[in-house]
Design a protein around this ligand. Structure first.
Ligand SMILES: NC(=O)c1ccc[n+]([C@@H]2O[C@H](COP(=O)([O-])OP(=O)(O)OC[C@H]3O[C@@H](n4cnc5c(N)ncnc54)[C@H](O)[C@@H]3O)[C@@H](O)[C@H]2O)c1
Length: 282
């Protein structure tokens, strides 16, 4: 395998792939020389002072020294490389994945797959036209919480999930990915349903039911119940840990907050009326 982008996430992936006995690391590529040389002592002091936790330890022990490249196109020409792992910044994913597939390599590419729909379509088309395997590092998608919700939400768990804007152009459910802390009080995703709001992270979810109000004439049996669900940190089939691979903030949002601190928004939480139904496919 060859690795393109061996910063924070790329180094985690390097460590995880190295745990597989059938993986041999033959090439590394990064444009930042200290990362490419795997030498933490050469990392800029200011960067270490500001963002030490994002700077990889770089203490891997390679069976044989990988070939180092500072141009990913050169790595793709390397005949010893069967597959590449791409963990460069977001705007590189499309072009590097497409070039890699065209160079005959299988690909693991980090999320977000792409930044635009056009790029995404091109990536899919290039992949389909090849016989290469392309996997996207959307580890949250494989998480038990989201797999459970992908079945339950379309089945009506919080009623109809809604768009907030009549234009249909802006989708009101919000997604916040990876390592930036919490966007919402209870997690990283908020879905507004006609029967309640749901807040989820990969650690669990919380449902804030709609209440009877001035304009809602809910019948008692139509109301849904408050619900909390949490999962413990779990070992994934690839030997990694769901928390570690997600590069998430240190504490679990459910575990870190006493139940009491959740109470105020529960009292006021009223779901938005349905304007447009959002179709969620698992
Ligand atoms: N799945 C997850 O849980 C998860 C977690 C964190 C980050 N990510 C994703 O991983 C990607 C990288 O994030 P990060 O936090 O590791 O950033 P980072 O800045 O630590 O690492 C990116 C690396 O890519 C290198 N790079 C930039 N342009 C390059 C190029 N053209 N060729 C080769 N190397 C190049 C940089 O020098 C840097 O070392 C992002 O797209 C991010 O969204 C995913």
């Amino acid at each position: 395998m060859g690795f393109i982008g061996i910063g924070s996430r790329g180094s985690q992936l390097l460590e995880l792939f190295m745990q597989n006995k059938d993986v041999e690391i033959v090439a590394l590529c990064d444009i930042y020389e200290p990362y490419l040389q795997r030498d933490r002592s050469k990392v800029d002091a200011r960067y270490l002072a500001d963002r030490a936790s994002s700077v990889p330890m770089m203490d891997e022990k390679f069976a044989t020294k990988p070939t180092l490249y500072n141009d990913y196109r050169k790595l793709l020409e390397d005949k010893n490389v069967d597959a590449v792992c791409i963990a460069t910044p977001d705007h590189w994913h499309a072009i590097q994945m497409i070039d890699a597939v065209k160079a005959g390599k299988d690909v693991y590419v980090e999320k977000p797959l792409t930044q635009t729909i056009k790029e995404g379509r091109t990536m899919v088309n290039v992949c389909k036209a090849s016989n290469r395997v392309v996997a996207v590092g959307l580890n949250r998608r494989g998480n038990d919480v989201y797999r459970k919700l992908a079945k339950e939400i379309p089945a009506g768990k919080i009623g109809q999930v809604t768009y907030e804007f009549a234009s249909k152009k802006i989708i009101s459910f919000s997604i916040f990915e990876a390592s930036g802390g919490e966007l919402f009080p209870y997690g990283e995703i908020e879905l507004r349903g006609t029967k309640g709001n749901l807040y989820a992270s990969q650690d669990g979810y919380k449902i804030v039911p709609s209440k009877k109000g001035q304009f809602q004439n809910w019948k008692e049996k139509e109301l849904i119940k408050a619900e909390e669900f949490s999962i413990p940190s779990q070992d994934l089939k690839d030997g990694s840990n769901s928390f570690a691979t997600a590069n998430r903030s240190a504490t679990s949002w459910i575990a870190s907050k006493p139940a009491k601190s959740h109470s105020a928004p529960w009292k006021t939480g009223i779901a938005q009326p349905a304007l447009h139904t959002l179709q969620i496919s698992p």
